[in-house]
Design a protein around this ligand. Structure first.
Ligand SMILES: Cc1cc2nc3c(=O)[nH]c(=O)nc-3n(C[C@H](O)[C@H](O)[C@H](O)COP(=O)(O)O)c2cc1C
Length: 249
């Protein structure tokens, strides 16, 4: 519990490699996670090769340097290919080239990813997720040679920490947890929950650096703009249709 309560993302890594034994323990823990129908509709691509990490860094992850620097990069993919192939070989008509199956496989992949993260952190390693996977899925498909029905869902870099950042802020529990039924927040409770976040030194700095009026505008005008959300949604949808061989199902 202590390590879960104090965990934080790590973005700077030492050169120290991760032993095969530790890497295998992390992967075995990930594969032991719950998954839909025990179909294991995901695959994990382990990248340790410096050249491939560099390609991923430049072509898929907007040059986030931790991708090239961390000793291990794990790409968690929704994988409907392996199960479909097995069904086809056994005279069982597969029907997994659709959105529901993708969504299910995505959940499996994310649960495996988070389990790998907890396992890695328990061994003294640091991790950071990379949302850029969803922006540049096609580049990852090309670099990692993913076949049809396999879609990268999230990426995690793993390595020995070369920094010790502070634990980051969270909203109060009552903002996130609802008992029995959903409680609608009113503007007053939103004020109470978000004002402390807005007053953090880091938030004040973000606002100044981005030359906007407040923290919410950092998110809407700089980090996650409507325009980008729309463009990258369209790009991801195109990858999904292609990779799942779907026709507007
Ligand atoms: C799905 C997902 C995508 C993320 N993508 C990135 C990323 O591309 N780059 C990055 O530096 N951090 C990324 N993060 C890390 C978050 O910024 C971080 O978890 C959040 O700010 C909270 O900080 P903490 O993990 O240290 O508590 C991602 C986290 C998640 C869960």
């Amino acid at each position: 519990m202590d390590s879960l309560y104090h965990r934080k993302s790590i973005r700077k890594y030492k050169d120290t490699p991760i032993s095969n034994k530790d890497l295998e323990s992390i992967l075995e823990a990930a594969v032991r996670a719950s998954n839909t129908g025990n179909m294991q509709l995901y695959s994990i691509v382990v990248t340790t090769d410096a050249g491939i990490k560099q390609q991923l860094c430049e072509q898929a992850h907007f040059n986030q340097s931790m991708v090239a620097k961390a000793p291990v990069v794990l790409t968690f993919c929704a994988d409907l290919h392996r199960f479909t192939q097995w069904c086809s070989m056994r005279n069982a008509e597969p029907g997994f080239d659709n959105f529901l199956s993708f969504f299910t496989a995505t959940i499996d992949a994310v649960i495996a990813a988070q389990t790998a993260c907890v396992a890695a952190e328990s061994l003294g390693l640091g991790i950071c997720y990379l949302g850029t996977t969803n922006y540049n899925a096609q580049n990852i498909i090309d670099i990692l040679q993913l076949p049809p029905l396999v879609i990268p869902v999230t990426t995690v870099v793993v390595g020995y920490p070369d920094e010790s950042p502070d634990v980051t802020h969270r909203l109060p529990m009552e903002a996130v947890v609802h008992y029995q039924t959903y409680t609608m927040p009113n503007n007053q409770t939103i004020e109470q929950w978000y004002t402390p976040k807005e007053q953090l030194e880091e938030s004040v700095r973000f606002v100044a650096e981005n030359n906007v009026q407040n923290l919410a505008q950092v998110f809407t005008q700089k980090r996650y703009t409507t325009q980008n959300n729309k463009v990258f949604s369209q790009k991801l949808l195109e990858v999904l249709y292609k990779q799942l061989c779907m026709n507007n199902q």
